[in-house]
Design a binder for this molecule. Sequence first.
Ligand code: ZN
Length: 243
Amino acid sequence: MENIIRVTVWNEYRHERDGEAKEFYPNGIQETIREFLAVNKDMKITTAVLDDPEQGLPDTLLENTDVLIWWGHMHHQEVNDALVEKIRERVYCGGMGFIGLHSAHHSKPFRAIVGCTGNLKWGDNQKEVIWNLAPSHPIAQGVPESFELESEELYSEPFFIPQPDELVFGSWYEHGNIFRSGCTFYRGMGRVFYFQPGHEVCRSFYNPHCQQIITNAVRWARPHMDTDVVNACPYTGKGFYNE
Ligand code: ZN
């Protein structure tokens, strides 16, 4: 699997069209993520937004996506259930990677893939310190022992997710709260990473450490498939692999 990683960055893209978020991400969060990923020669980046035809993810794009990055917030309910099922199936049976950013903890795909409510406690923007809990993990490469985000939305425990398969980052907030801010989950043939920073009126997607983590996560989450093993999924009838 030495070929190019086909990354699709999906964003709700409603906040950044007007109001305060536009000052932080004038072309949308998806464009900021595309820009920092695009410097990597091993990645081909496509962006998609909720208001695009077929909610940005026609079958032809989804079936040609190796890693799907998801940012959504106020309009999770508008995402079609049939599309969510296709995404879940592509992770479970196609080995597609899924990276949920920030408020994607409440997105339909994250909840469906991981199997949880994703509920958590939240509060005002404040200083966040992210601790590298697993320095040898591929997603933590190049990330220091800890780094600070001057202002990020408080996400706090309890965070109602299954115990993560790997806890890569943990956060401390100025008011004393803690949060499991970088978690991996292995689901079916696919890999999932959840990463907390990325509130629409904070600058976290410009932070070089956050950019490094998301870049690492794309490479980690790409399909890892042993092509000697081919089975048909009893639910979809499809092979486990993209045919
Ligand atoms: Zn937020």
